[in-house]
Design a protein around this ligand. Structure first.
Ligand code: SAM
Length: 308
């Protein structure tokens, strides 16, 4: 019991630590290039971002005219004091005085959110559920960085299954790493120093989550494998009438029943090609199992043609 409490504490500490991971300009540019058409005449809010420091702010200022933005608003949280906010429009910066700490959930944070059309940032992972709920509550368009674990939350999966939210273009190693503050201890982590002298930690566990359309989610996944004639490679689950597929690349083109695929399939998910049916569980409500052993986070999908 004490050990479990200790582990939970360690996990929490780790999550809070990644709250202070700052996003690199290159990673922002590499994702934002896929969404240019959405930004014309829009008010963009970066609500976990210091106007003077954040690379999100820098990206939107640098590309303000090219994107045809109407306004950029940034607000920044200060745990033990007064938050900061600023607005940028037609080359002019206006500071916005905040009474409170700049918490995105505060009344002042909500008032800024209400003014925005699109929210773009990397929010604190430890508050991700609350952060996403608020975006949905305010019916905002958004493009945000999340930990890959977020797509294993059943409420996030439900949003993805309903096509209200989807993955962005870059994920895992597609996001090159985060800037960490000087005082961080980085034992055992893959780190480097970039050309600006900033310490970068490679993450491999993040993705972009969005409700802005992009080309990649309409790309057809090429399917090279066949089920019939190779049945032994696709065992059936004990507790569901479905076959297990270990890698997205091995999804067979000729099997029209349910297939359990790894959660990372969502990165290749084209809703015109596949239907997301269920998350993780078999017919008995328990984790999907093959020969008595639970598989790691599977989602059940089928070819669209099968449900037509
Ligand atoms: C993962 S960091 C990313 C910072 C910045 N968006 C970036 O990408 O470089 C998350 C930021 O959210 C801030 N933060 C933590 N709690 C917050 C809250 N309740 N409201 C707003 N910001 C918060 C943290 O201080 C941190 O600066």
């Amino acid at each position: 019991m004490a050990r479990r409490a200790g582990q939970a504490h360690l996990h929490q500490a780790k999550v809070r630590k990644s709250d202070e991971f700052y996003t690199q300009l290159d990673d922002i540019a590499r994702e934002l290039m896929h969404y240019q058409q959405h930004f014309r005449n829009q008010v963009v809010l970066c609500n976990c971002d210091d106007f003077a420091q954040s690379n999100f702010a820098r990206y939107f200022i640098d590309h303000f005219d090219e994107l045809g933005l109407k306004r950029l608003i940034c607000s920044y949280y200060h745990a033990a004091g007064q938050g900061r906010a600023a607005c940028y429009e037609q080359g002019h910066i206006t500071n916005i005085t905040l009474q409170g700490d700049g918490d995105f959930l505060s009344a002042e944070g909500r008032a800024l959110l209400a003014q925005a059309d699109i929210v773009v940032t990397n929010p604190p992972f430890s508050l991700f559920r609350a952060y996403l709920n608020q975006l949905l509550e305010y019916h905002k368009k958004f493009l945000v960085i999340a930990n890959i674990n977020a797509i294993t939350y059943k409420e996030v999966f439900a949003l993805i299954a309903r096509q209200q939210v989807w993955l962005g273009v870059n994920m895992g190693r597609g996001i090159s790493g985060f800037i960490v503050p000087e005082h961080y201890e980085l034992y055992g982590r893959e780190t480097r120093v970039n050309e600006l002298g900033q310490r970068i930690v490679a993450s491999n566990n993040c993705l972009w989550l969005t409700n802005l359309d992009h080309q990649q989610r309409h790309a057809w996944l090429p399917l090279k494998q066949r089920y019939y004639g190779h049945e032994e490679l696709y065992p059936r689950y004990d507790n569901c009438d479905a076959i297990n597929v270990n890698r997205t690349a091995d999804i067979p083109s000729d099997y029209y029943g349910l297939m359990g695929v790894p959660i990372t399939f969502l990165h290749k998910f084209n809703p015109e090609q596949f239907e997301l049916v269920r998350f993780r569980k078999g017919d008995d409500g328990r984790d999907l199992k093959v020969a008595g052993k639970a598989t790691y986070f599977r989602i059940l999908i089928r070819h669209r043609a099968a449900s037509a």
